[in-house]
Ligand binder design. Sequence first.
Ligand code: 8X3
Length: 250
Amino acid sequence: MATPAAQQRVAVVTGASSGIGEATAKTLAGLGFHVVCVARRADRIEAVARELGGTAIVADVTDDAAVEALADQLDRVDVLVNNAGGAKGLEPVADADLDNWRWMFETNVLGTLRVTRALLPKLIASGDGLIVTLTSIAAFETYDGGSGYTAAKHGQGALHRTLRGELLGKPVRLTEVAPGAVETEFSLVRFDGDQERADNVYRGITPLVAQDVAEVIGFVASRPSHVDLDVIVMRPRDQAPWGRWNRRAD
Ligand code: 8X3
């Protein structure tokens, strides 16, 4: 791995190959962190890491051995951004696709658990650690067709929030960032590559973009160490609780 400068703080960002993860990696690098970009797509994270002067580590958060190997390669971790995750499908409960549910629990819930558990000793040892977990407004709301995703995001949020008590007295801050609609590859993944269906999600609204979320994470990571921003819910002005949009005619 590229070596961080002496005393340089290290931030690990999962899902750093695109969208919120990539934008966050760039923002944190701009704040002076050595950023470790983690994702499955080697070519993408290598390009991102090269641009930042950071390190690319190819790892799938659903793979125990890969996450252990990730932890073994890191001497120091000051910030962890649990960003890897996503949605698959929009079926009602009556037609739920169990494979989609498994994928969503594996990536959002167990992925966050694996990476957090593996890096926790180093975050504590840093003396001023920070864990930022990207959940979603789906961690607080439910909506028709969204049960698998909202269940996974509620689970991921519960895991993250539990740490607030378990780590009390340890030098680690915890921030949950819960965005609404952000135009990234999110909907393309959810609809299995169906571009038209993905575009329809954002039709007639002004969604958030990845940079909007990255800037908030940069703000969180640059507060003094006694300040813990606990939960940040952010959504486009055009989005009320899920399913209610201010859509303008095209
Ligand atoms: C995704 C939030 O509003 O696009 O986490 O479903 S939304």
